[in-house]
Design a protein around this ligand. Structure first.
Ligand code: FEO
Ligand code: CA
Ligand code: CA
Ligand code: CA
Length: 581
């Protein structure tokens, strides 16, 4: 169809059955791989060799399972950019021929290499012209952020005894970032990244406390304690090491020598990501999901205000905005379903405001370090796994991807989480009262109640649109084009509706509100991450995460060969650009 200003014209693709190993785009479009797992990043990095990967090589190569992704313009040029990507986790069974082999000391042979495939990457990319594909280049900006990278811990909980370990008695620095999931690019040109399911890397303490248990620190872990003792919580000197993770981190891709920052003011939970809007008052407001079943939606409001303009002084000031401010958690009230829509009012419940704790029995430091436990006290709304949360740059309305919650029972429904055994998820639209993002009240509605409209056993809702839609399930990441259309990427469709995951256009205003149209599908077993819809620049970015992660697949018997370049006999997670053919 014809493109409205600020968006693309395309004809929706048909849903792709879950076993198909193909990256699918609409007619008139093509896709190009920008960078894949194992490609060289830092100077001197060797080429990828699946049979001979080592920790030392991996430290300088592109990591595994790219999730958040963006390309930031560099030096005002439309031919140079900085690609920033998260590397959330690893599929060791797909990566290594002998991942389960242990040495004499009990260390799994490839664990250390897998550890260094986590973190983040910054890579300079260039293109010949605005309609050409981005390609990585060697550059002084290129940087791997790994477990060895020193981070500054800032904000009100920095230095707290809760953050001290035998390795860092000051509680003001940390090494590495882990399980970096969604993220965002800030209005001042840095990148935020959420540390999510970090619990899996720690072997549990002998007797976990209730606070530790609330963060999932109750399992045997992945054997990382045999490589670095800080991941073994039987060791009392490192008992607080998990408290130095589960934060929002901020990276300045333009300064490869700057230590990234962990922001304690934004609270500690299983951070999916954080997305910032500058309110009319100038305050930076960040929206954040805690992606677990029955967990919460949070909002941070900066104490200080944004300084516009390109000067380095303004930029330096703006990089302090997330270091001090107020933290809230969301409570949703429904107005009843007799009106035929899931909607109502809501309130941001204060956790820390004006430097004071609003949680009985919790100091400010305790609220910020054990935010989940503190939030439980004030009784927010337990959501169906709030993943990515982003404010529209056009309207300021906030969109929350609640990916699914099959543990939701009929006894525990509310209007904001209205389906039992919710396997398909929904998307919440939040409208701050008076357009004031710093305020404490809002209205809300479910713009999408996802699923396959051809399956009459599952009630769905598509923003009031009555015509045809693409089936969509398990919304995970959200993005916007320049016209303010919502784009949703999914994680879990193969299991819920039998189709490969993808990226979908969802108009949220005008007569086509709710008309879901599938733009692309990722290969078998993969999740669609990172999406950026650069509509004014004419292309889309997606991170293809865990391709080939299909039941029964292994290194020896892969389910995918994506990105089909012959470099590896199995799949490689990759960043992909989709552009006009
Ligand atoms: Fe890493 Fe919540 O997805
Ligand atoms: Ca209602
Ligand atoms: Ca996610
Ligand atoms: Ca997910």
């Amino acid at each position: 169809g014809a493109a409205a200003p600020g968006t693309f014209g395309f004809t929706a693709i048909d849903p792709v059955p879950a076993e198909v190993d193909r990256f699918t785009v609409p007619d008139g479009w093509r896709w190009e791989t920008i960078i894949s797992w194992g490609d060289p990043v830092e100077t001197g990095a060797p080429a990828f060799d699946a049979e001979a990967q080592t920790p030392e090589k991996q430290k300088r190569q592109f990591g595994y399972n790219n999730d958040y992704l963006d390309i930031l313009p560099l030096a005002g040029s439309d031919r140079r950019g900085l690609l920033v990507a998260n590397h959330e986790y690893t599929n060791d069974e797909l990566m290594f021929p002998d991942y389960a082999t242990a040495d004499a000391a009990g260390k799994l042979r490839n664990t250390e290499t897998a550890m260094y495939a986590h973190g983040m990457s910054v890579v300079e990319v260039r293109r010949r012209g605005p309609r050409d594909a981005w390609k990585p280049v060697r550059s002084r900006y290129n940087r791997r952020i790994t477990l060895d990278t020193e981070f500054v811990i800032d904000g009100p909980a920095a230095g707290s005894p809760l953050l001290r370990t035998s390795e860092d008695p000051t509680g003001t620095r940390a090494y590495g970032t882990l399980n970096n999931c969604a993220g965002s690019t800030t209005p001042w040109g840095t990148v935020l990244s959420g540390e999510e399911n970090v619990d899996q890397y720690f072997s549990k303490p002998a007797v976990p406390t209730a606070r530790e248990a609330r963060y999932g620190l109750t399992s045997a872990g992945r054997g990382w304690g045999a490589v670095q003792s800080r991941f073994d919580l039987a060791n009392e000197g490192t008992r607080n090491e998990p408290n130095r993770f589960f934060w929002v981190v901020e990276v300045d891709p333009e300064d490869p020598t700057a230590p990234p920052v962990k922001h304690t003011a934004m609270g500690r939970f299983k951070h999916e990501g954080a997305s910032v809007r500058i309110d009319a008052s100038g305050h930076a407001v960040a929206y954040m999901g805690d992606d677990n079943r029955f967990d919460y939606l949070y909002k941070f409001v900066s104490r200080d205000t944004f300084r516009p303009g390109p000067s380095q002084a303004a930029r330096r000031h703006n990089t302090t905005l997330l270091s001090a401010g107020d933290l809230y958690v969301a409570k949703f009230d429904g107005d009843g379903t007799e009106d035929g829509v899931y909607d109502g009012t809501g309130e941001w419940l204060p956790l820390v405001v004006g430097g004071r704790s609003f949680v009985p029995g919790y100091s400010v430091e305790e609220v910020l370090v054990f935010t989940r436990n503190a939030a439980d006290v004030v009784q927010p709304t337990a959501m169906d796994r709030p993943e990515d949360v982003e404010p529209s740059p056009v309207t300021g309305y906030v969109y929350v991807a609640c990916t699914n919650n099959t543990a939701r029972t009929a006894a525990r429904l509310d209007e904001a989480n209205p389906r039992p055994a919710n396997k398909d998820g929904h998307v919440v639209e939040i409208i701050e009262d008076g357009g004031d993002a710093t305020g404490t009240t809002f209205t809300w509605n479910l713009v999408l109640v996802c699923g396959d409209p051809d399956d009459p056993s599952v009630p769905t809702y598509f923003g009031g649109w009555q015509g045809e839609v693409s089936p969509i399930s398990c919304p995970d990441n959200v993005a916007f084009d320049a016209a303010g259309n919502l784009w949703v990427s999914t994680d879990g469709q193969p299991g819920s509706i039998g189709y490969n995951d993808g990226l979908f256009l969802v108009p949220v205003s005008g007569p086509e509100r709710g008309r879901v149209q599938q733009f692309l599908a990722v290969p078998t077993g993969a999740e669609t991450c990172g999406p950026q819809v650069k509509s004014e620049d004419g292309y889309v970015l997606v991170a293809v995460q865990h391709p080939g992660d299909f039941p029964g697949a292994s290194y020896a018997a892969p389910a995918s060969t994506f990105p089909y370049d012959g470099v590896f006999h199995g799949p490689r997670p990759s960043c992909v650009q989709v552009l006009p053919a």
